[in-house]
Design a protein around this ligand. Sequence first.
Ligand code: GLV
Ligand code: MN
Ligand code: MN
Length: 426
Amino acid sequence: MPDTIAPNLVAAVSEARQWQRMMEMGEFGGFTDPHGHRGSNRACLTHIDRKSRRLLIAWAEQAGLAVSVDRLGNLFLRHDGSDPTLAPVLTGSHLDSQPNGGRFDGIWGVIAGLEALQALREAGISTKRPIEVVAWTNEEGGRYAPGCMGSMAYAGYRPADTWDAITDKDGIAFGEALAEHLASESDLTRRGLGVVEGQAPCAYIEAHIEQGPTLESKDADIGVVTGIQGSRWFLVEITGKSDHAGTTPLSLRKDAVQDMLRAITALNTLMHDPTDTLRFTVASIEVLPNTSNSVAGTARFTIDLRHPDSAVLQPRGNAIEGVVQAALRNCTFQVTERFNAVPSIFAPLGTDAVECAGRAQGLRALRLPSGAFHDAQFMHPLCPTGMIFVPCRGGVSHHPSEYSEPAELAAGARVLAQVLAELANH
Ligand code: GLV
Ligand code: MN
Ligand code: MN
């Protein structure tokens, strides 16, 4: 990839327009936490999600982009190339947030894609290949677990109906929410679903805030993402028997909470890693009947397990069931795996394009792996893939205090614009 820079393209990226859009989008599901931080709670396939998509569509149409949606609800904004027979360069990220989320995770990658395409058009730069911005459905997995459903289906990694029966906390099935959502977007052009229906991209570049402290602490402007560590999600359900808390002797109890504590303690031992590379998190716990004076009959907890090396991730994940079984005293249990994203290392075409563009623009670029998962993980087997990270304050993410400066986001969008222009003429 040449170390070139198109000054008119870079100049056409508008820091003010991008920031204004970020702030407007952040208000869909916007809330202020008790510490005064402004966050977003924008669950996928809700009416709030739909409102944010309508605004995005309006901006895209004003910019002259063609809008379409596939049967998973993945939304595409297309800039045509001079040769319509060529596969597009794809960029984007997601609009959904964590329930207690920030205003930058995901949404910036979509807004930055739009900003890059608008800059390209305003600078009068034409490309051989089309370029498309995608907003993937349900990256976060906050309403429906797992995350990355839209990109997994697009990539053919899982069949499109895999998650139809999964319910949210109100008992609404994913398939039902998706059908309602698609009905609300029946005015949009419908397109085929990803590689399974003839829509393979030639490259994928995702812009995202870092969600960690490395760029800020090393005083770098741009992260050149080298790959993404693997993630596995499990749901553990422990079944005992609910009884009176005042009258039932310990010898007769089947206490699901006590057995859950034994299981989590044993899992902490299994997951111990003196190098602090492995990430093991239990963060969602549900207890039934959840009253203080009844012994718990059911306890459910989630496991989020991550490691960059499959040789560690797979055996540790596979050992969970046996370790839980050995730890329980008098309850039964079930372990269900809900997500398995293998570690990825990005090919040089994507990483080098990001690094060269960053350098050409006089930015300090740093190579680093991603600890968070992203839709890019599922594009990587399909085509050369890269990610552009920008710093975020204190490395904080999945929290209302998540923040990146307007200038940091603008620098990222300029790099994205150059990378897209180069890849679309490649
Ligand atoms: C993505 O949101 C992740 O949890 O890494
Ligand atoms: Mn994200
Ligand atoms: Mn996230």
